[in-house]
Design a protein around this ligand. Structure first.
Ligand code: GDP
Ligand code: MN
Length: 424
C-alpha cells in the first residue's frame, strides 16, 4: 500500500477541509526552531516514521520555546524507531486536549460485509488493540449510499456521545468518510482526534494509506511506486517498479532491502514465488548468508520480464553470489526462466567472473529447462570460465534448503578468497 507519513496525511486532510493543528515538517533542528517561531507558543515535536506507538518510543515531545523545539528535534532526529531512521519531524501547535477519541475507516473483507467499515471509540490515544472490545463501535458503510448524517447521528448515540455534541461528531465523521472515499484510501485512522478546551474537534494524528490499485487515479499525490515500502524508494525500487508497471504478463517483483554494499555475505536473491522465497531465506539463514534484495518472478512471466529482474539482481555491487530459488514444483513453464538466465549470465558473469550462481528450477517443463541451462551455459562453465561456479539443480533438491545453502556458502567462500587474493 502507498502510505503517507503523518505530516503528508495531515496536509491532504487540511486540503479537504478537516481541522488539523497549525504546523510544518522540518528536517533539521534549525528548521524546527524556525517553524516553532512561526507558530509561536508551545509546540509538539513529532518524529515522522512509518510506525505506530511513537509516543511510547519517545519521538513525540511537547516543548514551550523554539530553543527547546530545536533541542527536541535534534534528539528525535538522531533516533531509529523499529529499524527506521527518523529523517523528519513535524512541528505543530500544542493542543489543549480535553478528551481523546479514536476513529478509523478500513475495508471490511468479511463475506457478509465487503464494504468500508468505521471503527470509533471514546478511548482514543492508545493502541486500538488495547481498548476493550465493548468500547469499540463498528459500522459497515454502504458502498453506494455512503455514510449519511442520519447514520452518523444514530451511530454516535450508540457510542455514547452526549446529545449536545451529536451534530459536531456526526459532521466530523461524515466529512472523514467522504475523504476516505474521494482519496481512495485503504485505511484512514485518526488516533487520536481530540476535543480541545473550547470544544473543537481536531485531528491530532493521521495514518493514511491509499489503495494501490487506485494510485493511478491520483496523480496529485505524486506517489512514485504503488507499493508498501518502508521509506523513500531507492533506485532499485524504481527500476523494479518500472519492470512491473510496463508489463502485466506475470509477476516481476524487485525490491531493495537496504543491504550495505560494503559488507560481505550478501547474495543476489531471486526466488520464484512467495513460499519459495521463504524457503530461500531458510537456505541463506542456515549458512549465515543474507539476501541483498527481494524479488519474485512467478505467475508465469515471460522470459523478457524474468531477464530484466535477473539482470538487476545480478548487477548489484559486491554481492557474493546469486541464487535462483525455485523451491517449488511450479506449474508455470520454467523454460522462460532458463532462457532468461542463459542470456543474463552470458552478459553479467564476464563482469563478475567466478561469481557463485546456484540455479534451482523444477516443475513444468523441468527437463527441457535444465537442458536449456546446461547447454546454453556450457561454454561459460569451463574450469577457467567466468561461469565456473554455476551449479544447476532440479527436483531432487526442491525441499533441500540445507544443501542449497551449503553449496552457495562453499562457493561464496572460494569466491571471496579468490577476490581477496587479487586485492579486490
Ligand atoms: P503515536 O504514538 O505514534 O500514535 O503518536 P500521536 O500523534 O498519536 O501522539 C501520542 C500522544 O501524544 C497522543 O495520544 C496525545 O495523548 C499526546 N499529546 C499530548 N499533547 C499533544 C499535542 O499537542 N499534540 C499531539 N498530537 N499529541 C499530543
Ligand atoms: Mn496516534
Amino acid at each position: 500500500m502507498a502510505k503517507f507519513l503523518e505530516y503528508q496525511g495531515k496536509e491532504w486532510l487540511r486540503k479537504a477541509g478537516m481541522p488539523v493543528p497549525k504546523g510544518k515538517v522540518a528536517s533539521s533542528p534549525e528548521e524546527a526552531k524556525e517553524v516553532a517561531e512561526w507558530i509561536g507558543g508551545p509546540v509538539a515535536v513529532k518524529g515522522q516514521v512509518q510506525a505506530g506507538g511513537r509516543g511510547k518510543a519517545g519521538i513525540v515531545k511537547l516543548v514551550n520555546t523554539p530553543e527547546e523545539a530545536a533541542a527536541a528535534a535534534a534528539e528525535i532526529l538522531s533516533k531509529t524507531v523499529k529499524g527506521l531512521p527518523v529523517r523528519q519531524v513535524l512541528i505543530e501547535e500544542k493542543l489543549d486536549i480535553k478528551k481523546e477519541y479514536y476513529c478509523s475507516f478500513v475495508i471490511n473483507n468479511a463475506r457478509e460485509a465487503r464494504s468500508p467499515m468505521l471503527m470509533f471509540s471514546t478511548e482514543g490515544g492508545m493502541d486500538i488493540e488495547s481498548v476493550p472490545e465493548e468500547l469499540i463501535f463498528k459500522l459497515n458503510i454502504d458502498p453506494i449510499f455512503g455514510f449519511k448524517t442520519y447514520d452518523a447521528i444514530d451511530f454516535c448515540v450508540k457510542a455514547g456521545i452526549p446529545d449536545d455534541e451529536l451534530s459536531k461528531f456526526a459532521s466530523f465523521l461524515t466529512k472523514l468518510a467522504k475523504i476516505y472515499k474521494e482519496y481512495d484510501c485503504q485505511t484512514l485512522e485518526i488516533n487520536p482526534f481530540v476535543m480541545t478546551g473550547n470544544g473543537d474537534l481536531v485531528c491530532a494524528d493521521c495514518k493514511m494509506e491509499i489503495d494501490n490499485s487506485a494510485v493511478g487515479r491520483h496523480p496529485e499525490f505524486g506517489i512514485k511506486i504503488a507499493r508498501d515500502l518502508p521509506g523513500e524508494p531507492t533506485e532499485l525500487d524504481l527500476i523494479g517498479w518500472s519492470i512491473e508497471e510496463t508489463d502485466a504478463r506475470g509477476t516481476g517483483f524487485l525490491m531493495n532491502m537496504g543491504y550495505d554494499e560494503v559488507s560481505p555475505g550478501y547474495i543476489g536473491y531471486h526466488p520464484i514465488g512467495g513460499g519459495s522465497a521463504m524457503m530461500g531465506l531458510d537456505a541463506l539463514n542456515q549458512v549465515g548468508l543474507k539476501p541483498a534484495n527481494y524479488a519474485d518472478t512467478s505467475g508465469n512471466p515471460v522470459g523478457s520480464k524474468i531477464y530484466r529482474v535477473a539482470k538487476c539482481v545480478l548487477s548489484q555491487p559486491n554481492i557474493d553470489g546469486y541464487l535462483l530459488g525455485g523451491f517449488m514444483m511450479a506449474n508455470q513453464e520454467q523454460w522462460h526462466h532458463a532462457n532468461a538466465l542463459v542470456k543474463v549470465l552470458w552478459e553479467e558473469l564476464p563482469k563478475k567472473p567466478g561469481l557463485p550462481c546456484v540455479l534451482l528450477l523444477c516443475g513444468n517443463k523441468e527437463d527441457e529447462s535444465l537442458e536449456i541451462l546446461r547447454k546454453g551455459l556450457a561454454d561459460l562453465m569451463t574450469p577457467d570460465g567466468p561461469g565456473k561456479r554455476i551449479e544447476i539443480y532440479g527436483k531432487e533438491y526442491v525441499t533441500d534448503t540445507k544443501f542449497i545453502g551449503e553449496r552457495l556458502a562453499a562457493l561464496a567462500k572460494e569466491y571471496r578468497a579468490e577476490k581477496e587474493a587479487h586485492g579486490k
